[in-house]
Write a protein that binds this ligand. Structure first.
Ligand SMILES: [Zn+2]
Length: 84
């Protein structure tokens, strides 16, 4: 699992959830509904980490990198009101 990608601005972005800064998980309602009952909090977290896409904010330019779990494709987004 690669843990660095390059932002459009040229900055390296760490994609590891537990090492990277400003990394968040995006979990769809469908995935939440599929979490089996009776799991421990740690098991639920591990499952969500497996299923979720990642939302990562570039600390240099403020762009958002969206990393899709299924194929590791990365899309970049920039806020309309961003002045970076
Ligand atoms: Zn950037």
């Amino acid at each position: 699992m690669g843990s660095w990608i390059e932002c459009k601005c040229g900055s390296p972005i760490h994609t590891n959830l537990f090492c990277g800064r400003d990394v968040a998980l995006i979990i769809s309602e469908d995935e939440l509904d599929r979490v089996p009952e009776g799991l421990s909090a740690e098991q639920v977290l591990a499952l969500l980490v497996q299923k979720g896409d990642k939302w990562i904010k570039c600390t240099a330019c403020g762009r958002i990198a969206l990393v899709r779990r299924k194929d590791d494709e990365v899309d970049f987004y920039q806020g309309e009101d961003s002045n970076a």
